[in-house]
Write a protein that binds this ligand. Structure first.
Ligand SMILES: NC(=O)c1ccc[n+]([C@@H]2O[C@H](COP(=O)([O-])OP(=O)(O)OC[C@H]3O[C@@H](n4cnc5c(N)ncnc54)[C@H](O)[C@@H]3O)[C@@H](O)[C@H]2O)c1
Length: 263
């Protein structure tokens, strides 16, 4: 897909990777850009700067997603690309790491990382299928392919997001629907305590602008997996080839890491 002349929606667009995508989409010449985020002040400021439509919403609210999709379709005729990008990160803690997060935290991860993608697809698919084309970009994570230490709720729901994206691509590919999963490792955003363009001091960390470039390339190739960190492809292969060995390697990695500090 080429972005020029397209109508694009980005959730979680007011910060980090979402903002990087919005800036880059504008440079690529999209016809209309709609930025949705929980953070109303930040979304209004970015929409103003990028001559975009800003929408304050919670992606957990299906009615709000459906209303936004209807309004965008009414105003601009269609949605060509819907980017479900909003996300949250919490770290495990305590004595029982993998189960330590409260049920409310698991539920929030499920709703934001999975159900929000379902709500967007449910709202967009009817018009896309009628037109015979439409594209979903899901910002997931390398953690959706490869679980990582100390982030059980995050990694579990990101795996589920990959599962939903696969279902969408398989069920609706013949209707002209394209799906890409953006699966980076560390990116320098507020989520990792960094500031856009600064450095959170993590090895191999990419900037949101570098990730946005990988997205432009991946959308052009219509690639199901978009992997800004190239090594993720080999890690994923290693896991598929020898699951036991991969778990052993990840256990070794966990032993080498200091546990996250409890809040
Ligand atoms: N930063 C990384 O290292 C990294 C790596 C892999 C994947 N990701 C994924 O990238 C996506 C973007 O993360 P980021 O690093 O830019 O983080 P970020 O914290 O900078 O931005 C996340 C944005 O999502 C918004 N948001 C959160 N919950 C929301 C909700 N319920 N409704 C609407 N908006 C909501 C926030 O207000 C914020 O603007 C997430 O899905 C994240 O899991 C991030």
């Amino acid at each position: 897909m080429e972005l020029s002349g397209k109508v694009v929606v980005v959730t979680g667009g007011a910060s980090g990777i979402g903002t990087g995508l919005c800036r880059r989409f504008r440079e690529e010449g999209v016809r209309a850009l709609v930025i949705a985020d929980l953070n109303g002040e930040a979304v209004a400021a970015l929409a103003d700067e990028l001559d975009a439509v800003g929408v304050t919403l919670d992606v957990r609210d299906e009615a709000a997603i459906a209303a936004m999709v209807s309004e965008v379709e009414a105003q601009f005729g269609q949605i060509d690309l819907f980017c479900s990008n909003a996300g949250i990160l919490n770290l495990d803690g305590g004595d029982f790491w993998a189960t330590s997060s409260a049920n409310e935290v698991w539920q929030a991860n499920w709703e934001i990382h999975v159900m929000a993608h379902v709500y967007a697809a449910r709202a967009c698919l009817p018009a896309m299928i009628r037109r015979g084309e439409g594209y979903f970009l899901h910002t997931i994570s390398a953690a959706g392919l490869l679980s990582q230490p100390y982030t059980a709720a995050y990694a579990t729901t990101k795996h589920a997001a990959i599962g939903f994206a696969e279902s969408l691509a398989i069920s609706h590919g013949d209707d002209g629907i394209k799906v890409s999963c953006l699966c980076p490792q560390a990116v320098d955003t507020a989520m990792l305590g960094g500031t856009d363009g600064g450095s959170a001091g993590i090895d191999g960390i990419l900037s949101p602008a570098q990730v946005a470039q990988a997205v432009i390339d991946g959308l052009r190739e219509e690639s199901f997996l978009i992997l800004p960190h190239e090594q993720v492809e080999q890690y994923h292969l290693n896991k598929a080839q020898n699951y036991n060995r991969w778990i052993g390697g990840m256990r070794k990695l966990r032993r080498s890491m200091s546990p996250p500090k409890l809040p």
